[in-house]
Design a protein around this ligand. Sequence first.
Ligand SMILES: *Cc1c(COP(=O)(O)O)cnc(C)c1O
Length: 822
Amino acid sequence: MDPALWETVRHDPVRLLGEVGPARLQRLAADRRFLRQLNDTAEDLREYLTADRWYQTLDDAPKAIAYFSPEYGITAALPQYSGGLGILAGDHLKTASDLGVPIIGVGLLYRHGYFSQSLSPDGWQLERYPPIDPNGLPLTLLREPDGAPVRVRIGLPQGHDLHAHVWLARVGRVPQLLLDSDVEENDQAGRDITDRLYGGGGDHRLLQEMLLGIGGVRAIRAYCRITGHPAPEVFHTNEGHAGYLGLERIRELVSEHGLSFDEALEATRAGTVFTTHTPVPAGIDRFPRELVRKYFGGANEEPEVPAERILELGAETYPEGDPAVFNMAVMGMRLAQRVNGVSTLHGQVSREMFGGLWGGFDTAEVPVGSVTNGVHAGTWVAREILELAAREVPSVLHGEGWEGVRRVPGQEIWRIRRLLRARLVEEARRRLRESWKHRGASEAEISWIDDALDPDVLTIGFARRVPSYKRLTLMMHDPERLRALLLDPERPVQIVIAGKAHPADEGGKRLIQDIVRFADAEDVRHRIVFLPDYDMALGQALVQGCDVWLNNPLRPLEACGTSGMKAALNGGLNLSIRDGWWDEWYDGQNGWAIPSADGLAGPDRRDALESAALYELVADHVSVMFYDRDASGLPRRWLEMVKHTIATLGPKVLASRMLRDYVQRYYVPAARSGRAMAADDHAGARSLAVWKQRIVKAWPTVAVEHVESTGEASPHVGTSLPVRVVVDLGGLDPSDVAVEVAYGRVDDTDALIDPSYLELSGGEPVEEGRLRYVGEVPLARSGAFGYSVRVVPRHAMLAGPAEMGLVTLPPAPHGMTNGNLR
Ligand SMILES: *Cc1c(COP(=O)(O)O)cnc(C)c1O
């Protein structure tokens, strides 16, 4: 409609439509080519919004899924995100739309969003919170059939209610509901609850989370009632902030179906999925218990959800737990039958971190799985790359035939890489000029910016939030070495940096200032730049234009990381510590791994070692390969690496892979469990709750009384070991438990490594109350071997043996029986 205006309005379609003039519209209305294109586009959109997609090929999948997140990165025009968590949520909704997954997104509408960042003259981060006007955004108010705005209410302890309106955004075919407390019915304090993303502390944050969780469920009910949309069968919470949604669903079940709290808890858990996103303790939401009591107890207590029960759900009942704290992640795990981390490594780290909730089980059995994050190609991949794919390997646009990428002509890829790098250089200069003017520089003082950065120099990107574990300034550990890399006469390197520190994080702001001061120096300022106000628009330019994407977190604190995935899809190469997704998919040829001194050295020594490794990789490998050109000027080896990266990582890093994983491994099983609980007026939930109470009561009397193996004195590989066990079930029925042998290799401390499990059979009474179990343990491998016996609860509606955190082992010294296999 108006390409120049499109740039001016920063790619905001609603603003474009508002600002394009009547003369231009008249001309377009008479332009046959434009009209044809408009019709085609509208037809494509209609087809996109209505045709069957992948999800519609599944049997028995949930009719609807509610997805809750405190932040969403949908587009730069809706600044309702602070970093990866929100970007992921945005990519999740968009991909659900692409695949036809019937998700309803739920969040808050922050009137001041997240802050916009600029720099003071001496490089200190400054924050502004420009207000948004919902009426100027692609949002509509959710209304009752009579036209009145839908109003969601939640009770507050002071006796008055908190009111909120609900804005509806359409993310393709996915409806997104955003609660907004800035309404007339509230006093000023109430109106300010949805003012900022991660704004205030304690009370403010808790109120936001009550509105998101409890108000969010009520908003969904209103939306389904008004539109006839099917009710969600699965509730997925992106991080713990929305955890109170489980309390609201318990309240509904108690008041509408007459369930007890425990029965309603089972019904709720069955259909809930909780994704944990961080192994950094500061990233986990914790409130003083008394604060939670204040808001959920006293006059505000709902009879269906007693405050004491709520407090139990968030209690840190493990050894290092703090009794004064209410932990949202812990509540999330108790309110969800299915829990996952966001990369294989993060799944492992989470099992260790939260293992205390399942005491007595090996870390590997802690019921926390993982789905590795992915990114939405349509959002992050440059148009030129998509067009190249459409010309040369169209199958990859449908997610297939990735090996075909290797046949794409190198000069074509290189031409586009040069174009994207040059575009980034232009954009960086524009932002630099703006920033320097803002910092008080005159035109004459900034003329150097015309030549800042070079479209033909190896470009390294580093952009992310600035918590300390991400180590923004690791590259400056030895400033002279960094300077030498930047100013290398034959193989120079240029670095483009961006990132926001949390407004309360003085340490993070100091790191930004250190980088800015370094980059301000006259000798290097044309080769290293800090660009303020990292957001989705800048993110797109960076991941598309950089040759190398640098990431150097303190392993294993980066749960996944996704910006490197975006770079990879655009033909960038990753240079990263093996953390998060890179630990999983680095293959030796798709980029470079910075060796980590994780666990080997203290923090200072670690920074020294890892930064030295980084300098060496850049100087001796990355830049050598980048500048190694053939007769036609192409970096052959580099381009092979780019092709290998796209061909092998492409199918993995796409959010469509992630979403299919969630559907198949989490949503479908959760819906199945939820249906089993709900059928016949919640008979399943009622019987499971009764059963669990019986098990918990009897469990202290369950005992393994005798263990013996009757095989040869020195057994051989290939035979098996007969095991006989006598257990006292304390009055439980044999069908209530599984008696198992864990067996396999042992380490020097006689602990089992990666054990296998065999269920013993039998259960015949030997004497009063005692039962015998037998089995044959296969001896498949030579070397140190051991086994141990355990009793665990068993029920068809448990998701796994560890779910209840109950296990009985034989008393020492019979815990472990070891031998050496020949
Ligand atoms: C992708 C993205 C992130 C998340 O990147 P990480 O690699 O997880 O740090 C954060 N902010 C923006 C603007 C992004 O585009």
